[in-house]
Design a protein around this ligand. Structure first.
Ligand code: LMR
Length: 420
């Protein structure tokens, strides 16, 4: 029987309102500075709109790309895949192949079983797993993060409750590396600090240390007893050659560091949504590596139990087959080369328009991004007046630049920067 109106009112007044106020104090979260740009782009009906926000590769028609090696791997996998759980540490084969990319095909450390490694939920998941490990086993430690860095690094270590410090990295005037600042900050950090380094194609600046500078950084970090943790989200995207892009890591290995590495196949295999990556930590010996790996698995278990299987199988199928691996290497180089070509085109277009500013840094920087030097207000004008979407720190995802939109983009950049 339906409750009378009076009875409902009485009940409401007993409980205060119809619902308990569990979430009344929850405010909407701020938009993500990178992924929020994609949301705004999708909502814009303009036919002229351009998305150079998120770091996701596009072909010269602005379309997402599935690599041919990935398509072929999927054909081979189809029908042979069962849906069982992977182990907590993920696919052993995929992890083995991933370590070879970072540590080298013939790495002594792999042979000596000194590396604790688990499949992770792409680069973000690998960083987060490491941050949680750091908090659990070195609870007093801090993490030194470059200025600037990928915005999510701050969230990751914050949510793992690791206090953050920063070190100088980028010089706004030269639009290059602040090597002196970086060296001073490494020297001045308390001995035994944790340092977050981008292994190649620094995000967001596209500025990497030279080989000589990496050697110097490695030497100083060793002298100070710091722990180097590498985020390697773009292996292959800097030079077009994954082996060359592992140079910084190889220098640190030669110098006898114990290191940690977050690897991702989002960019270099285009497996963005598959969330396939790897966290590895080089340990003193096999016994330590076994212990560290078991603890990494202990962290994964209550968070997500075990990682997804499909992407891992794609990766192990490609890297475990010489023909597919060769095709992959060719395709990575193709993506990197297209981006390098767009850097030249953007710079040339700006110069042709008679821009009074220097745009040399567009071609000096490498990887997926160009750190343009534009101010947040100039970026706002690009968005509001020209429907060009990018992060407010002035980062342009060169992967979204195409033969078709480079002229439009250059013209808009010129319009908002010419009077500065
Ligand atoms: C980026 O920096 O645009 C990418 O790494 C995507 C992301 O998750 O932020």
């Amino acid at each position: 029987m339906a409750l009378s109106r009076k009875l409902v009112q009485q009940r409401s007044s007993v409980f205060g309102s119809r619902y308990m106020s569990w979430w009344r104090s929850v405010e909407p979260a701020p938009k993500d500075p990178i992924l929020g740009v994609t949301e705004a782009f999708l909502a814009d009906p303009s036919p002229d709109k351009v998305n150079v926000g998120v770091g996701a590769y596009r072909d010269d028609n602005g379309k997402p790309v599935v690599l041919e090696c990935v398509r072929e791997a999927e054909r081979r996998i189809a029908g042979n895949l069962n849906m069982e759980y992977l182990p907590m540490g993920g696919s052993v084969k995929k992890v083995e192949e991933t370590l070879k990319l970072a540590y080298g095909e013939n790495s002594e450390h792999i042979k000596d079983k000194r590396i604790a490694a688990v499949q992770a939920l792409s680069g973000t998941g690998a960083c987060r797993l490491f941050a949680d490990f750091q908090k659990r086993f070195r609870p007093e430690s801090q993490i030194y993060i470059p200025v600037p860095t990928w915005a999510n690094h701050h969230n990751i270590w914050r949510d793992a409750h690791v206090p953050q410090k920063t070190f100088r990295y980028y010089h706004p005037e030269t639009k290059g590396l602040d090597f002196t600042g970086l060296v001073d900050d490494i020297k001045n950090a308390p001995n035994g600090s944790f340092f977050l380094l981008h292994a190649c194609a620094h995000n967001p600046t596209g500025v990497d240390p030279s080989e000589e500078q990496w050697k110097e950084i490695s030497k100083l970090i060793k002298e100070k007893g710091h722990f180097p943790f590498f985020d390697m989200a773009y292996q292959g995207f800097a030079s077009g050659d994954p082996e060359r892009d592992a140079k910084a890591i190889r220098i640190f290995l030669e110098d006898g560091h114990l290191i940690g590495i977050a690897q991702s196949y989002a960019k270099n295999m285009g497996l963005y949504g598959q969330r396939v990556g790897c966290l590895s930590m080089l340990c003193e010996d096999e016994k330590q590596a076994v212990a560290v790996k078991s603890q990494l698995q202990m962290l994964a278990r209550p968070m997500y139990s075990n990682p997804p299987v499909h992407g891992a199988l794609i990766v192990s199928t490609i890297l475990g087959d010489q023909e597919l691996k060769t095709l992959w290497l060719k395709e990575v180089k193709g993506m990197a080369d297209r981006i390098i070509g767009m850097r030249t085109a953007l710079r040339e277009n700006l110069e042709k328009l008679g821009s009074p500013l220097s745009w040399e840094h567009i071609t000096n920087q490498i990887g997926m991004f160009c750190y343009s030097g534009m101010t947040p207000e100039q970026v706002d004008r690009l968005t509001n007046e020209f429907h060009i979407y990018m992060t407010r720190n002035g980062r342009i995802s060169m992967a979204g630049v195409t033969t078709g939109n480079v002229g439009y983009l250059a013209n808009a950049i010129h319009e908002v920067t010419k009077s500065t």
